[in-house]
Write a protein that binds this ligand. Structure first.
Ligand SMILES: Cc1cc2nc3c(=O)[nH]c(=O)nc-3n(C[C@H](O)[C@H](O)[C@H](O)COP(=O)(O)O)c2cc1C
Length: 371
């Protein structure tokens, strides 16, 4: 396959990326216990995928409170910082760039996971939303449980959450990451503040669109001040409504946020455009408006084909293309495309969120030319 755009270099702040492929953040639940600590297996998995110009790690909780699923990694304890050093060293040695995704799940939580009542902008339980635990099911399978009713955050809770994002960002830099991605997408805490259905606050964080973006802006401002704006990115999901996040105003709210984020001059906006099998058509005028409103790097991820990636790059509407599942199953995804090699399918969906083993994780084979 001839993919001149995807295989072109890109100057990304201080980092020269060897291509425009981005490995999208993917939760895999392989940490060591106790303490949700990143380990050598995870370092091996990420280093295998260093064919991507840049990797964004799986979502990583900034505190125990911010954790929503079993065995996801944290970035708040000394052990976690040490554990992540294994990954950053391995990925850098293998020749790629890596950002850590900073995560607070907000209301998408259960005391069965972390022993705590979830926090949220308002005390509104997400309907039809589950998290998972590992409770000894056969094959180490995850068991899904409904989320608990959240507690509405006080001002002190909001200040605390922002401080956790800041500390998480500093810890990520200490662990050797090239930067951080603030997870403001996919129905988690910051996204819950953005949307009118999950945010019914009557203080300065709710009501108008200006108020609903306040938590995102304060968090991003504080993180950028702490580690540098060129090391700070934000993920947003204007077209996603799962986890009970349907808000008719979200496109406008996100457009407003993008213009404000541009003033902060942060490194990038990463759009989470589609989940798994849905394929929303992203209106061209949204892409053009975003390009006009936000001057730094724009990333598009979600059910992208290489051909669509080429078109978006050639039209200069985005700068990097994210691929999730294709990198999960093909550590050498870019090379496979170059050689028109077949792609590995997902070997077993039970291993996506997988409890600890290398099966369905580091055992996806690299392509070998048939003799
Ligand atoms: C197993 C799995 C775990 C995921 N975990 C995360 C995550 O931790 N953070 C996030 O922002 N998106 C997460 N996503 C969404 C992906 O980043 C991506 O947006 C999605 O898979 C669509 O891209 P794709 O069609 O190329 O796979 C996950 C996706 C998968 C398949």
């Amino acid at each position: 396959m001839n993919l001149p755009q995807l295989f072109s270099k890109y100057q990304f702040g201080p980092n020269e990326l060897k291509n425009r492929f981005l490995m999208a953040p993917m939760t895999r639940s392989r940490t060591s216990q106790p303490g949700d600590v990143p380990n050598t297996l995870m370092a091996e998995y990420y280093a295998q995928r260093a064919s991507a110009g840049i990797i964004i790690t799986e979502a990583t909780q900034v505190s125990l409170q911010g954790m929503g699923y079993a065995k996801t990694p944290g970035i708040y304890s000394p052990e976690q910082i040490e554990g992540w050093k294994l990954t950053t060293q391995a990925v850098h040695q293998a020749g790629s760039t890596i950002f850590l995704q900073l995560w607070h799940v907000g209301r998408v939580g259960s005391a069965q996971v972390n022993g705590l009542q979830p926090l949220a902008p308002s005390a509104i339980t997400a309907q039809k939303t589950n998290v998972y635990i590992f409770d000894g099911a056969p094959n180490g399978d995850a068991t899904f449980v409904p989320v608990d009713e959240p507690k509405a955050m006080t001002q002190a809770d909001i200040d605390q959450a922002i401080a956790e994002f800041v500390q998480g960002a500093k810890n990520a830099i200490a662990a050797g990451f090239d930067g951080v991605e603030i997870h403001a997408a996919n129905g988690y805490l910051i996204d819950q503040f953005l949307r009118s259905n999950s945010n019914q606050r009557t203080d300065a964080y709710g009501g108008s669109q200006e108020n609903r973006i306040r938590f995102l802006m304060e968090t991003t401002t504080a993180v950028a001040q702490a580690i540098g704006k060129e090391k700070t990115g934000v993920r947003l999901s204007p077209f996603i409504s799962f986890k009970d996040m349907n808000d008719p105003e979200i496109l406008e709210t996100i457009a407003l946020a993008a213009a404000q984020l541009n003033k902060l001059d942060i490194a990038y906006i990463h759009l989470s455009e589609a989940d798994w099998d849905d394929a929303p058509q992203i209106p061209m005028d949204f892409r053009i408006q975003l390009r006009n409103d936000f001057k730094n790097t724009i990333i598009a991820t979600g059910n992208k084909t290489p051909e669509e990636g080429e078109q978006l790059l050639a039209a200069q509407l985005v700068d990097l293309i994210g691929f999730g599942r294709n990198f999960l199953t093909n550590p050498d995804y870019p090379q496979r495309l170059l050689q028109d090699a077949p792609l590995n399918p997902i070997s077993d969906t039970h291993t996506l969120f997988g409890g600890g083993s290398s099966r369905g994780y580091t055992d996806y084979p690299f392509w070998e030319q048939p003799a």
